[in-house]
Design a protein around this ligand. Structure first.
Ligand code: FES
Length: 318
């Protein structure tokens, strides 16, 4: 049996009366040094709390990356240093050994264990200043870390699923297709194998609206779903220009095979077959735009695209 190690316990105390059982105790040292350590740890926690509050204020007032990083470091460092001081000064960490004994504890051992347990508990619950300051630091830091939720920006709502072409639904004249200079386009201005990028009238800056209008060859037979047969005007068909992989503009048309190529990762779409992807990483067809001709002979969209444009997102199909 090894000797009992005990620090700061008077000889013959309750702990010492436990005979040959192992003992552990904290390293609070003298009351003066213990109070100094407690004050230091509490000061660290309070500094962390102030830094966390300042972090929230800086973020709320518009943010400043370097200052936010510094304040976050102070907040987390203060909590860390405070916990280390607390642990080193007040938490038992002595290494002890004990020979194996009969497993049944005597009444004295049970009493001694209870005494030790309550002594350790007091190391934690008896230090209101430390617990209060640590709680303040963690609460302030937790609140500050919630602020970046605001940086997620406004809810997209249906903005990812609608384009300005949606205004065409139910409107007799639809929405005219225009070039980048906002001039409308007639079918006979598009040669066979020709491709033009168009936009909804008055929305040439809309990032979700670039559309490829393609005139296929008379010899090329379209294989569209039955409900899209009237989405075509004299062999002219329109698809979103935004690749369904990660959104690059699909700009290369291989007229002989009626294939659209995305230059970013070589996704290839079959124009005759509803822009189905036939090669590359894109997994979805390019959304098709239903088109017609208005009373003045210009190309119009009669509704929005057949699906959300561009890359997929979490609730695209809902
Ligand atoms: S963005 Fe078109 S293939 Fe990747």
């Amino acid at each position: 049996m090894t000797d009992i190690e005990s620090h700061g316990e008077p000889a013959g105390s309750a702990a010492g009366a436990a005979g040959d059982r192992p003992q552990t105790s904290g390293r609070a040292g003298t009351p003066h040094s213990a109070a100094a350590a407690e004050t230091l740890a509490a000061a660290c926690f309070l500094v962390a709390a102030v830094a966390a509050v300042a972090l929230g204020i800086v973020y709320w007032r518009g943010g400043q990356t370097q200052l936010e990083g510094l304040l976050l470091a102070v907040a987390m460092g203060g909590i860390g240093v405070g916990i280390v001081v607390w642990a080193k000064r007040f938490m038992p960490d002595d290494e002890v050994e004990e020979d194996r004994h009969p497993l049944v504890s005597s009444d004295e051992e049970i009493a001694a264990f209870r005494s030790d347990f309550e002594h350790g508990e007091q190391s934690i619950v008896g230090r209101r200043l430390l617990i209060g300051s640590l709680g303040a630091a963690l609460t302030a830091l937790g609140a500050a870390l919630l602020f970046p939720i605001r940086s997620l920006g406004p809810r997209p709502g249906r903005g990812l699923k609608r384009t300005p072409y949606a205004a065409a639904r139910g409107r007799p004249g639809g929405v005219r297709l225009v070039r980048a200079d906002n001039t409308p386009l007639r079918p006979n201005e598009l040669a066979v194998d020709g491709v033009v990028t168009v936009f909804p009238e008055d929305h040439t800056e809309a990032a979700d609206s670039p559309t490829l209008v393609i005139r296929t060859r008379p010899s090329q037979e379209l294989q569209l779903p039955a409900d899209r047969e009237d989405w075509v005007v004299s062999g002219i068909i329109a698809y979103s220009k935004l690749c369904t992989h990660v959104g690059c503009p699909v700009g290369l048309y291989q007229a002989g095979e009626a294939l659209l190529l995305c230059p970013c990762h070589q996704s290839t779409f079959d124009v005759l077959d509803g822009a189905r992807p036939v090669f590359g990483p894109a997994a979805r067809p390019l959304p098709q735009l239903p088109i017609a001709v208005d009373d003045e002979g210009y190309l119009i969209a009669t509704a929005d695209f057949s699906g959300p444009v561009g890359p997929g997102f979490w609730d695209r199909d809902r």
